[in-house]
Design a protein around this ligand. Structure first.
Ligand code: GTP
Length: 485
């Protein structure tokens, strides 16, 4: 049986992505922005007895209850905790989605943000640990069988990275061995690193916590997301939209909601988050997942009607979509070099899926994918049921996502290590992370930073070595050596 999922959102990025995510989840389950289920929002409802209302919600074939609680007055509320050190995004979220529970919001008293500094965010979290724990425990008490904590955050600012890191420690400490800790991690644009010069430090410190405490992390790179958007709209057109991140956040939230499709719209296979993650993550070290989506125009189309490019043609069939998911242009962390795959799961979501086209597509795709030699080299398939709403003009309402565990992580992490080394070799801006800035404290901080770097380099090495035929045997030999010592 699938269990409930509690979501945490930290910082501007985490909460902005969250607005789109909850908007989409609510739409897919036909829930209005104030939490009213659409099917019961007609005038008849007021004449329904409480028992009838509750019976109606019990006969739903979808499972909004995994992500929402249902109140006595028949309103859905997200199982969500929102945290930020400045109020603007959360204010926007609560006015767009009155269904959000105001008691589940933690805002800093002084409202100044974490100044793009991991240390500020982390210390803030540490000082407010009791309040954060109470919020989490209160949400936990509403669950019958909690499966997963999921966290949306950026790796590079101060709040998402610092408070996010503290949350990961907290979750692991209190509930870690029993519950899945799943994160959606947004990497900054490389082209704009000059915005925040200490981004590589913040990233390194956050990655260390993810490596130590998350069970699985979905990686999104703003550069890849931006180039997908630009390929659809053209870069100049982008400026005319509501927010610089509207399109990127739509892509992230589309993928994040689709991942849970097989247990929100129950199917025979992959009917829990546990089964999906255990299929994709073979060892605790290889847990950084990549995603792609097709057709892209379907997801972004509501923003703008004049498309400049053909990628993501909405009339693709199952076969085309499976192949399109391998297209670099559809990937959320695109790298230039070829990658090797450890695992791959394709979701085809639509009405009346054509299984023969799917089979053909999977055979063709398998011949193009370079799997590492010790895996089963098979592409796992989710036949997803579409939500009630139609997000496309296409009657089949067909779209696909791919989740994969692959070696593109080597490139993503190596880039960060390189940027970090440029700063660290001169101990540049270390004073941002110290209190007294005396020599000893600086040395201590640098040592702590270098430990984080070492952990990230170990992951890079693990992803490099997993392409070897003897990867699993090498692991066994290492374990034996350790036993002998
Ligand atoms: P402080 O501002 O220091 O309090 O931390 P924060 O966690 O709120 O910072 P933020 O979330 O703004 O993180 C900064 C990084 O996230 C930058 O690289 C931004 O480019 C990126 N970012 C900010 N908002 C969004 C968003 O809505 N979507 C995406 N994709 N990226 C975002």
């Amino acid at each position: 049986m699938p269990g409930e999922i509690i979501t945490l959102q930290a910082g501007q990025c985490g909460n902005q992505v969250g607005i789109q995510y909850w908007n989409q989840l609510a739409n897919e389950h036909e829930i209005l922005s104030d939490g009213t289920p659409l099917s019961y929002s007609n005038e008849d409802l007021q004449f329904e007895t409480r028992e009838n209302q509750s019976q109606k919600s019990n006969i739903r074939s979808d499972r909004p209850d995994l992500f929402f609680t249902l109140s006595d007055d028949n309103k859905y509320t997200p199982r969500l905790i929102m945290i930020d050190l400045e109020p603007s995004v959360i204010t926007k979220a609560t006015s767009a989605l009155p269904m959000l529970n105001p008691r589940n919001i933690h805002l800093s008293e002084n409202g100044g943000g974490a100044a793009n500094n991991w240390q500020h965010g982390y210390l803030y979290g540490l000082n407010h640990q009791e309040d954060l724990t109470n919020l989490i425990d209160r949400e936990l008490d509403k669950c019958e069988n909690l499966s997963t904590f999921q966290l949306f955050h950026s790796v590079a600012g101060g709040t998402g990275s610092g408070v996010g890191s503290l949350l990961l420690e907290l979750l692991n400490d209190r509930y870690g061995s029993k519950k899945i800790i799943n994160t959606f991690l947004i990497f900054p644009s490389n082209e704009k690193t000059s915005d925040v010069v200490v981004q590589p430090y913040n990233t390194m410190l956050t990655l260390k916590r993810l490596i130590d405490f998350s069970d699985c992390t979905f990686v999104f790179e703003n550069d890849s997301l931006n180039s997908i958007e630009n390929s659809i709209f053209g870069s100049s057109n982008k400026l005319s939209r509501n927010s610089a991140f509207e399109g990127t956040n739509k892509l992230i939230s589309h993928i994040a909601t689709s991942i849970s499709n097989p247990f929100r719209f129950p199917s025979y296979m992959y009917s829990s988050n546990e089964s999906i993650i255990s299929t994709l993550v073979p060892t605790p070290e290889l847990k950084f997942l990549s995603t792609s989506v097709a057709p892209i125009t379907n997801i972004l189309q509501k923003q703008n009607t004049s498309f400049t490019s053909g990628i993501g043609n909405a009339n693709l069939n199952e076969y085309d979509i499976i192949l399109e998911l391998l297209n670099d242009k559809c990937k959320m962390n695109r790298v230039n070099d070829p990658v090797s795959y450890i695992s791959m799961m394709n979701y085809l979501i639509g009405n009346n899926l054509n299984q023969s086209e799917i089979r053909k597509g999977l055979i063709r795709a398998s011949s193009r994918v370079n799997f590492v030699p010790w895996t089963s080299a098979s592409i796992h398939l989710v036949n997803g049921r579409p939500p009630h709403i139609s997000t496309t003009n296409n009657k089949k309402n067909l779209h696909g996502i791919q989740i994969s565990n692959n070696t593109s992580i080597v490139h993503v992490f190596s880039k960060i290590v390189k940027q970090y080394d440029l700063l660290a070799k001169r101990a540049a801006y270390i004073n941002y992370y110290t209190e007294s800035n005396d020599h000893e404290e600086r040395l201590r901080v640098m040592e702590m930073f270098n430990e984080c770097r070492e952990s990230v380099v170990n992951v890079i090495e693990e992803y490099k070595s997993c392409t070897s035929l003897n990867y699993l045997e090498d692991g066994l030999l290492e374990d034996e050596d350790e036993d002998i010592v």
